[in-house]
Structures are given as C-alpha cells and as structure tokens.
Design a protein around this ligand. Structure first.
Ligand SMILES: Cc1cc2nc3c(=O)[nH]c(=O)nc-3n(C[C@H](O)[C@H](O)[C@H](O)COP(=O)(O)OP(=O)(O)OC[C@H]3O[C@@H](n4cnc5c(N)ncnc54)[C@H](O)[C@@H]3O)c2cc1C
Length: 436
C-alpha cells in the first residue's frame, strides 16, 4: 500500500504514564493489532509515524526525571566517570527525560542547570523520543546526532515487557524508527552550557572545501547554490574561543531582533527564489554580534516542507557530490534551490544514516510534482556517492538496499526479532523498508 493512501489511525491511545503504555501495547497484541508510537505526531515529512491501525501517542509522557551523574549502579558503558582518563567534573552529567518531552523543554531545563545537549537540531517542538528514533542531527561537526547522545533508553517492547536498554542492544534502539518498542524514558549525555557567537559570510564553495570545511567550529552549516558554486557559510563558536569576541557589542535585544529579522529574511528569500528574482545571497539570518546559548541561536525552525529530501553522504564525498549536483542540474537546464549542508561524526547506531562514517547531510529542497525530476536527479547523485536517505525522507529502499548500505542490518534485525517477535510495531511503509 502506498503510504499516502494511509487515511489515519483507526484508534489513538494517549497513555499518561508507562503503565498506560504497557496496557495499550498488551491490548493491541491480544487483538492482533499493529501499533505505531508517535511523538509530536506525524509532522515529519516522511511517513514513518503514519498508520491506519493503532497510533500510540507518547507526547503526554513529559518531564525531566533527573539531571546529574549517572546512578552509581549504572552499567560502565553509560559514559565517562571519575576513573576515565581526562575526566573533568561534569563529564558524567547525564539527563534522564521522559520520551514525550519536547526538545525545547529539555533544552530549557538543562540550561537552568548550566548544561546543554551536544547537538541542537532545528525542531524545538519535536519530542525527545521521536527525534532520537529518527536520528535527528544538528550541525556540530565533532558530534553525532541526538541518537549518539543516548546512554540508555527505557522502552515497552512488543510483548509488553519494560526493558532498560544499555549495552550492545542500545545501538539498535538509539535510531530504532519506533520499530523496537515504545520509548518511555531516555538518558542522554550533556555538555557544559556555553554561549555561542554566530557569524555568516558568503564564499566560494571550492575555497571552503580547500580550507577543510567543516573545520574546527563548534557548529557550522552551508547553503550552497550548486549552479554558481557560491555558498553562504554560517559558523558558531563559544564566545571565549571566538577571535571576534568583544569586537562587536551585543546590544540588549539583539538576539530577539535577530530572530525576527531572520524569519522575515527567510520569507523574503523563499519569495525571491520562487518569483524568479535574484535570491542570492539570502539576507542575513542573524543581527551582527548575535550570541546566546545554542538552543536559542542555532535552530532554524521553518515549517517542514513535505517535498524536502535529506541525504547522508560520506563526508569525503561532499565536494564531488556538490560538483556533480551542479553539473547535473545545469546539463538538464534545471534549477535547484540552495542545498543546506551540515556535518556530523560517525555513529554507532545500526540504522543511523551516519552509521560507521563521518557524514555530510544534504537538505535538498524542491517543491511540487513539477520538481519531481530534479528531486529524483539529486537523489540519484547522492545515492551514487554512497548516500543513504535520512529517515525523514520518503524512499523506496527495501531490505535489499538496506542490507547493502547498513553493515549493522543483520544485527538490527536480530534485536527486532527479540524485542518485537510478532511485529506489532509496524505499518505498511515500515514493512516495505525493513521487511517483515
Ligand atoms: C520544523 C522542523 C525542523 C526539523 N529540523 C530537523 C533537523 O534540523 N535535523 C533533523 O535531523 N531533523 C529535523 N526535522 C525532522 C525531525 O527529525 C522529525 O520531525 C522528528 O523526529 C519528529 O519528532 P516527533 O516528536 O514529531 O516524532 P514523530 O514524527 O511523531 O515520530 C518520529 C519517529 O519516531 C517514532 N517515535 C516517536 N515517539 C516514539 C516513542 N516514544 N517511542 C518509540 N518511537 C517513537 C515514530 O514511530 C516515528 O518513527 C525537523 C522537523 C521539523 C518539523
């Protein structure tokens, strides 16, 4: 069945606590129903949270449980401890949070304790559980995605059993697509909260690549006009480490003003691009001298475009892929809106698109059926370079493609067989991707 044909759940359960999740899963199992966990529900571009059977909305499981060192009886693989070489106090501070908490709520609670997530994606309203299950990435070159920050998860499996997942199984669960169980709690690594100062400038893409993009910045992204080779490069670094710190005053209200300008600028850029006016370079996202905590200055929470496609290509293929995209669209007389590029470290998550390799994420924006050919063309270029579609992106990959692209494919299936032997956590789209 086409996923677009899925009308909607025939039943939605919204448990208020873990016991309610267990009840809902057991009831569905007894009745032979399938269950899809959802977070901020289905606002994702991909179809992974859609079902025509039972939706289990986990968004009421909110709240931060604990911020502090992992409990003394926690397994050794929970992260660094006082005995770890190079340990500095605070390194072992993790956060235990319920799966339905929003990223915005989590970041605010951490900031109040002087902590932060190591990577901050664009979607503050997404739930922690949903974001982790899809492998949501940020743009910190030295860091992995939110999935990589996970030290433990607690979930209700397909038999209704509650499991605290650490050890080898965690690499299946950290980007589990909601196929292993309903997450009720997660434990995540944290880092010290630091103020970031942001910069943006235009540059030639080839120069940036020659300089070693992404470089040593705490956070960076590019918007690349592939036909001209021009790029808008944005960087963020801790204020203490920023050579420009102090050059520009940070006027009161600059951040708020900057965000407002940024939204207007984004709208203007969209309009300019689509109305055929010169849309390059886009107006600045931030006011000069903008600085602040990562979760306030970095996210660019524009409405998600359902036609958007995201690809994860090996980092060392980034240059060739951008050149090939430019050549391919030019040769066919097509246009491609600026491609957003972020990078991240290799992941251990078995089905994470960055599994096993440092990765460049390409966000390719096209619109409507008329742009379908260019969307397919860009996808083919990324796939030829060893790219994997991100889980937010519609794909026709099935088990054969998965087995080739993901070295951990068999290991994931083995965990799935144990956690969900009767395949309760599935839907037509997921069944096509992962097989039965
Ligand atoms: C404005 C916007 C900006 C975005 N920016 C980025 C970005 O910068 N980087 C990026 O990587 N992605 C980005 N995304 C996509 C993002 O990764 C997804 O939208 C996010 O995962 C959705 O979270 P959600 O809470 O809505 O989960 P849902 O959409 O409801 O679910 C997502 C997946 O997680 C599963 N799931 C949800 N809750 C649970 C649970 N409790 N237990 C088990 N499985 C569960 C679902 O079954 C589904 O497979 C963006 C999305 C939006 C809307």
């Amino acid at each position: 069945m086409s996923t677009d044909a899925v009308a909607g759940p025939r039943r939605t359960d919204r448990p208020l606590d873990e016991a309610g999740v267990v009840t809902a899963v057991r009831r569905a199992a007894e009745r032979g129903a399938t269950v899809r966990p959802t977070g901020a529900t289905g606002r994702i571009p991909g179809p992974l949270a859609r079902t025509d059977d039972v939706a289990l909305d986990a968004s009421a499981l909110t709240g931060v449980v604990r911020i502090g060192p992992a409990p003394a009886n926690a397994p050794a693989d929970r992260g660094p401890g006082p005995d770890t070489p190079g340990y500095t106090p605070g390194d072992d501070t993790t956060v235990r949070v319920r799966a339905g908490e929003s990223l915005a709520g989590l970041c605010a609670a951490l900031a109040a304790s002087g902590r932060a997530l190591a990577t901050v994606p664009d979607a503050p309203r997404a739930t922690v559980g949903g974001a982790v299950q899809l492998g949501m990435y940020g743009g910190a070159p030295a860091e992995g995605s939110l999935s990589a920050q996970v030290r433990a998860v607690r979930l209700v499996d397909g038999t209704g059993r509650v499991r605290e997942v650490t050890g080898p199984d965690l690499d299946a669960a950290r980007c589990g697509l909601g196929a292993l169980g309903v997450l009720t709690e997660l434990e995540l690594r944290t880092v010290a909260l630091r103020r970031l100062r942001v910069h943006e400038r235009t540059a030639a893409t080839e120069e940036l690549l020659a300089e070693g993009f992404p470089g040593a910045h705490a956070w960076t992204e590019l918007d690349v006009a592939v036909h001209s080779g021009q790029a808008l490069v944005r960087t963020a670094d801790p204020v203490d480490d920023d050579p420009a710190a102090g050059d520009t005053p940070d006027p009161a209200g600059a951040r708020t003003w900057g965000r407002a300008v940024s939204r207007l600028a984004a709208s203007w850029a969209e309009w300019a691009e689509w109305s055929g006016r010169p849309g390059w370079p886009p107006p600045p996202r931030w006011a000069p001298g903008t600085e602040g905590p990562p979760h306030e200055v970095l996210p660019d929470p524009q409405p998600w475009d359902p036609d958007l496609a995201e690809w994860a290509v090996p980092l060392d293929a980034l240059g060739p892929v951008l050149r090939e995209l430019g050549a391919a669209v030019a040769a066919r007389g097509r246009e491609l809106r600026p491609v957003r590029v972020r990078t991240g470290a290799a992941e251990t998550g078995l089905l994470h698109p960055a599994s096993g390799r440092a990765t460049a994420y390409l966000r390719i924006r096209t619109r409507g059926t008329s742009q379908e050919p260019v969307r397919r063309l860009a996808g083919a270029v990324c796939e030829d370079a060893g790219g994997r579609p991100c889980w937010t992106t519609r794909t026709n990959w099935g088990p054969d493609e998965m087995a080739v692209a993901y070295p951990g494919w068999d290991a994931f299936r083995a965990v799935r067989d144990r956690y969900d032997p009767d395949r309760i956590f599935t839907d037509p789209y997921l069944a096509d991707r992962l097989g039965s």
